[in-house]
Design a protein around this ligand. Structure first.
Ligand code: FES
Length: 103
């Protein structure tokens, strides 16, 4: 299935939206999609993850306006092929989807 994935990016104090198109099975997670984008399309996209099991919370982002764990959210469960990914918080964004939640 073809997905249009838009990412709100933050870089050097500027914000912009960049859209990528990927073909992926519907069971693909949001984190898998981000990894595919970084490995195949744009190595500059920044995001965090660690456990990939829905435990650590490192991959938390907002998808289509809702807070989710990227590793525990399947594309097919979003009900759309247009996906908008933002940082989990607008505060303390370090780069793209990476947020410093310690501050
Ligand atoms: S990577 Fe740990 S919760 Fe997603």
């Amino acid at each position: 299935m073809r997905y249009r994935i838009s990412i709100r990016r933050h870089k050097d104090g500027a914000q912009y939206v960049q859209t990528y198109v990927i073909d992926a099975p519907p069971t693909t997670t949001v984190l898998d999609a981000l990894i595919t984008i970084r490995e195949d399309l744009d190595g500059s996209v920044a995001f965090r993850y660690a456990c990939r099991m829905g435990v650590c919370g490192a991959c938390a982002v907002k998808v289509n306006g809702r807070p989710v764990l990227a590793c525990a959210t399947k594309l097919m469960d979003l009900g759309t092929q247009d996906i908008f990914i933002e940082p989990i918080s607008d505060k303390n964004v370090i780069k793209d989807l990476v947020v410093d939640l310690q501050k």
